[in-house]
Design a binder for this molecule. Structure first.
Ligand SMILES: *Cc1c(COP(=O)(O)O)cnc(C)c1O
Length: 390
């Protein structure tokens, strides 16, 4: 009987022990043993690694997390990493060589931008950038040595959205791998492979954990691609710890209900803030005023859990707003059951020039809310009273 994704997120279990436990077991072991010297020799001789040897290579708890995410994303296979950045860096290192070229959206996660601009050039890999609002400019950037097109949709913190199907067609024509960071949407909301993405990756630290406890990353895609990533990740070492995998596989059991609630509250909040006198504009993928509303409706099942708004008073108002909050947390994480407010211009993106900030949609008064699972009225009321004081 085929199961729907909501059910697989709960029921897909890789390993049961002889104890007949109901919940997922946690295999905290660095290595595994063999029945005989011959079995041990076979395990090492066979590169397909169906046998657990050492937890840097594979571990049953980590496998359960990978299998679930791969099933939810509609992917053949996957690999888990210690953090989201390890997933991104591992992907670049596996599929790019000296002399290659990567095209990336200009609005990507800060550390991803740092890898592209600061580290890849050290190994002779060049990059070009395009504006998420101008996907037509991509084709003009393609060169004979272009190997990867990299996008985040929705992007952090700009919430820009790109049509995955359109860019995947361009990639297929030019034999380029399309890599999508699906962290803001999660597979409960958007499955980029369905629209032609080759590799989908996540910071599992965010909505996948959902409660701000552990770091993790994952990449999913076709078997032949994951095999190459597997060899790189397992030999260089940024593997996911079994404990974190256990936390994350339990988190997946509640992913769909959490994302539904995050999105319901986020849409309510975005709608109520739209007409507030102190706010210039509100951005949320499922608000009709979002520039890529039609694309969001096509490829996402809801608008996700992040809302941004622009305060009329600029940087000063942004600081006052954060200081006036009574319940919302001031932290730079996102995707938590606790609502979080951040002010990118004075924190995560303060080292950029104003021009650079504007280029990625970070205006002086931009506030990013990661909408939590508290009562929607309590979240709204805290924001309203803080707006009064900003
Ligand atoms: C947080 C984040 C990352 C990095 O993930 P870590 O788990 O912190 O290494 C990458 N992409 C996006 C969109 C993120 O929000």
């Amino acid at each position: 009987m085929s199961q729907r994704p909501e059910t697989k997120a709960i029921r897909l279990q890789t390993e049961k022990t002889s104890q007949k436990e109901h919940s997922t077991p946690l295999f905290l072991t660095s290595s595994f043993t063999y029945e005989s010297a011959e079995d041990m020799a076979d395990a090492f001789a066979d590169d397909e690694l169906d046998v657990n040897i050492y937890s840097r290579f594979s571990n049953p708890t980590v496998d359960e997390f990978i299998n679930k995410i791969a099933a939810l994303e509609g992917a053949e296979d996957g690999i888990a990493t210690a953090t989201g950045m390890a997933a991104i860096f591992g992907t670049f290192m596996t599929f790019l060589s000296k002399g290659d070229h990567i095209i990336s959206a200009s609005a990507v996660f800060g550390s991803t931008h740092t890898i592209l601009t600061k580290y890849l050039p050290k190994w002779g890999i060049e990059s070009s950038y395009f504006d998420m609002n101008k996907p037509d400019s991509i084709e003009g950037l393609i060169k004979p040595n272009t190997k990867i097109l990299y996008v985040e949709t929705p992007s952090n913190p700009g919430l820009d959205i790109i049509d995955i199907e359109v860019v995947s067609k361009i990639c297929k024509q030019h034999n380029i791998l399309l890599v999508v960071d699906n962290c803001f949407a999660t597979p409960a909301v958007q499955q980029p492979i369905q629209y032609g993405a080759d590799l989908v990756l996540h910071s599992a630290t965010k909505f996948i954990d959902g409660q701000g406890r552990v770091l993790g990353g994952v990449v999913v895609g076709r078997k032949e691609l994951i095999k190459q990533l597997f060899l790189f990740i397992r030999n260089t070492g940024p593997s996911m710890s079994p404990f974190n995998a256990w936390v994350l596989t339990k988190s997946l059991e509640t992913l769909f209900v959490r994302m539904d609630r995050h999105a319901d509250t986020a849409l309510k909040l975005a709608t109520s803030l739209q007409s507030h006198p102190q706010i210039n504009s509100v951005k949320y993928p499922f608000l009709e005023t979002h520039p890529q509303y039609a694309i969001a409706k096509k490829q996402m099942s809801n608008g996700g859990g992040i809302v941004t708004f622009e305060l009329k008073g600029g940087v000063e108002s942004g600081r006052k707003f954060l200081n006036a909050l009574q319940m919302l947390s001031m932290t730079n994480n996102l995707g938590d059951s606790r609502s979080i407010a951040s002010h990118p211009a004075s924190t995560t993106h303060s080292k950029l020039t104003e021009e650079e900030r504007n280029a990625v949609g970070i205006t002086p008064g931009l506030i990013r809310i990661s909408v939590g699972l508290e009562h929607p009225e309590d979240i709204l009321n805290d924001i309203l009273q803080a707006l009064d004081k900003s």
